[in-house]
Design a protein around this ligand. Structure first.
Ligand code: SF4
Length: 234
């Protein structure tokens, strides 16, 4: 049942035209292209989740990159952020290979799904509040269908959206103050689930050394440990 709904969700995302500014931007970027990719056919529309329902780990980012996922059609692939993320997922055993270049590169996730809180590439990487709100039902359903043991939010915006959603879903009781984001943040949710936080592997963070590969590896090792612990309990 959840697999059928998962496929329907992907189809709905691909057809969605709720945010005219973003749809226009995705198409324009796909038509103009970056010189290095001028011979490629860009995806140029909303990007569905990469992975499967019912997984141990759900990785949550902000939005597809204009020449990354908006080109490849796969979440977080084809740009520098994706290179960092998939290398780290591979080192931690959550992906079959460290590369994430194109739709035909053989990448497979293991017990993991990658999603974004906004499914269309936004100008300047900044979706508006209204666009994030339009995309929220897709994120909520992704959380429910993935039913993950660990949700890893990459960056403060993904963290904030995830906290709001887990409260809404009853996975975290209403709190006097919302848990704050920092690299290495860990919040215990109901039913032995966890929300973890990491700096986003954007070039802003990786080029400046704010986020290093060992820092990202530590977060994925925590995720692996928590998934194992929960499965030992059941
Ligand atoms: S951002 Fe989300 S809601 Fe807006 S058009 Fe893209 S898929 Fe639809």
């Amino acid at each position: 049942m959840s697999k059928a709904r998962w496929n329907q969700l992907a189809a709905q995302v691909k057809r969605c035209r709720h945010c005219p500014r973003l749809i226009e931007h995705c198409r324009t970027v796909a038509a103009v292209k970056r010189k290095a990719y001028r011979h490629e056919k860009y995806w140029g529309r909303p990007v569905p989740n990469l992975g499967a329902p019912d997984v141990g780990l759900l990785v949550v980012g902000l939005a597809p990159g204009a020449h990354g996922a908006n080109r490849t059609g796969r979440m977080f692939t084809g740009d520098r952020s994706g290179d960092w993320l998939y290398r780290a997922l591979h080192r931690a055993g959550f992906a079959n290979q460290p590369k994430s270049e194109s739709r035909r590169d053989g990448l497979e996730l293991i017990d993991t799904t990658v999603t974004n809180i906004c499914r269309c590439a936004p100008p300047d990487n900044k979706p508006t509040r209204e666009e994030l709100s339009n995309c929220r039902p897709f994120f909520s359903e992704t959380l429910q269908l993935c039913n993950p043991i660990v949700v890893l939010a990459l960056g403060a915006l993904a963290w904030k959206a995830t906290v709001r959603e887990v409260i809404e879903l009853g996975w975290l009781g209403p709190l006097a103050t919302s848990p704050g984001f920092f690299h290495g943040a860990a919040v215990k949710l109901n039913n032995h689930r966890w929300l973890l936080g990491s700096y986003h592997p954007s070039q802003q963070n990786t080029f400046t050394g704010r986020l290093t590969e060992p820092m990202l590896d530590d977060v994925f090792q925590s995720a692996r440990k928590l998934i194992k612990q929960r499965r030992t309990l059941s």
